[in-house]
Design a protein around this ligand. Structure first.
Ligand SMILES: Nc1nc2c(ncn2[C@@H]2O[C@H](COP(=O)(O)OP(=O)(O)O)[C@@H](O)[C@H]2O)c(=O)[nH]1
Ligand SMILES: [Mg+2]
Length: 367
């Protein structure tokens, strides 16, 4: 299975590592609750903030609360020419291919002490430098694939069909377009090609506009430019002050709130990045609750009850009988599982049920 990691990319000195350090602090602050396996130095597994989990914790008062988690990878070294091997480029491009979504950090602050690749930040061009490298990397992959398919196509019908689509896609990329905007997105050969090649420009992208504290309250001109570029690409923008987030990480919620209000922001940019990334991966959460723990479990949007149960334990999926479900709103309305049940708001669902984001679930199974 492909990893569900998010790659943090961008030009040098834009604030990638500062953002990543803030994420790492989040990870360490909660590490006590999570049995993390070995952690790579450039990868952080962080809790996904979720106000619904906080509310459930308040109501249920469990011994332990566990948030959903998501992995971020700090990808260093992307520069102009990376796809030609510049600055160890190819190795880094390979790391990006292994991720499932991208956070593209764009420098939106001035600081004469922090060198920028050009005289000053120019978001449109800066974004383009990176995206061009990513696109060239995809094109190189695809060219090798087209060569292979051309050889196979001589006596293989399936290869001939894939070759047709591969060549169309090649034309599309050569005109400067990302794989994500290819018109025949529903074509089965295309989908197989994307799964196999893991094209970087097919991955969902979130732009992180990294501003100074002054830029938090009102957008500066750099941020406006990032928003313009992102809207042309139907991509999401999150404004963040990476430096402030690094200082804030590990503080209590109340302290953070105070910190944020002082700087004119309403919500932590880092939290927004974490939540947007989770959504960009096509993931959502259902919850379990009890005296022991309140916990969020991660499933792909559209997962049916047995698959969702399997996230807790494979036995739950194999021996699935049924699910007892209370929607989040109903649970909050009634305050306890017993009250929701008494009011007739606990539903019994079978194996075809598509679990909804926020459902509070009990699985019944036999082994
Ligand atoms: N003035 C200012 N400096 C920042 C900001 N964010 C990061 N920096 C600084 O920029 C330098 C490069 O940041 P870093 O995160 O290492 O960039 P990376 O090369 O993209 O990983 C560091 O000295 C940071 O302290 C910011 O919002 N404002
Ligand atoms: Mg760095």
């Amino acid at each position: 299975m492909a990893s569900l990691g998010i790659g943090i990319v961008g030009l040098p000195n834009v604030g990638k590592s500062t953002t990543f350090n803030a994420l790492t602090k989040e990870q360490n602050a909660l590490a006590a609750n999570y049995p993390f396996a070995t952690i790579e130095p450039n990868s952080a597994i962080v809790p996904v903030p979720d106000a619904r989990i906080d509310k459930l914790t308040e109501l249920v008062k469990p011994k332990k609360t566990l948030y959903a988690t998501i992995e971020f990878v700090d990808i260093a070294g992307l520069v102009k020419g990376a796809s030609q091997g510049e600055g160890l480029g190819n190795q880094f491009l390979g790391n990006i291919r292994d991720t499932s979504a991208i956070v593209h950090v764009v420098r939106c602050f001035d600081d004469e002490n922090v060198l920028h690749v050009n005289a000053s930040p120019a978001p449109r061009e800066d974004i383009e430098v990176i995206n061009t490298e990513l696109l060239i990397a995809d094109l190189q992959q695809l060219e090798r694939k087209v060569e292979r398919l051309t050889r196979q196509a001589r006596n293989d019908k399936a290869a001939r069909a894939q070759l047709v689509i591969a060549e169309e896609l090649k034309g599309h990329i050569e005109e400067g377009n990302p794989v994500s905007t290819f018109a025949k997105a529903d074509n089965e050969d295309f989908k197989a090609l994307v799964r196999e090649m893991r094209f970087i420009s097919a991955k969902p992208t979130i732009y992180a506009a990294n501003v100074d504290e002054e830029g938090l309250e009102e957008d500066n001109a750099y941020v406006a430019e990032v928003r313009e570029v992102a809207s042309e690409q139907n991509a999401k923008v999150v404004k963040i002050c990476a430096k402030l987030e690094e200082d804030m990480a590990g503080l209590t919620d109340a302290e953070r709130q105070e910190f944020l209000e002082m700087s004119g922001a309403t919500e932590s940019g880092l939290d927004q990045i974490i939540r947007s990334s989770y959504a960009a991966l096509g993931l959502c959460s259902y919850f379990t609750q009890g005296e022991q723990e309140v916990r969020a479990w991660t499933i792909p949007v559209g997962a049916k009850a047995p698959q969702a149960a399997g996230v807790i334990h494979t036995d739950f999926e194999k021996g699935f009988i049924r699910a007892q479900v209370i929607s989040y709103d109903k649970f909050i309305e009634h305050g306890t599982e017993a009250a929701a049940k008494a009011a007739g708001d606990m539903r019994t669902e079978g194996k075809e049920y598509v679990v909804q984001d926020g459902d509070i679930v009990h699985f019944l199974f036999n082994v």
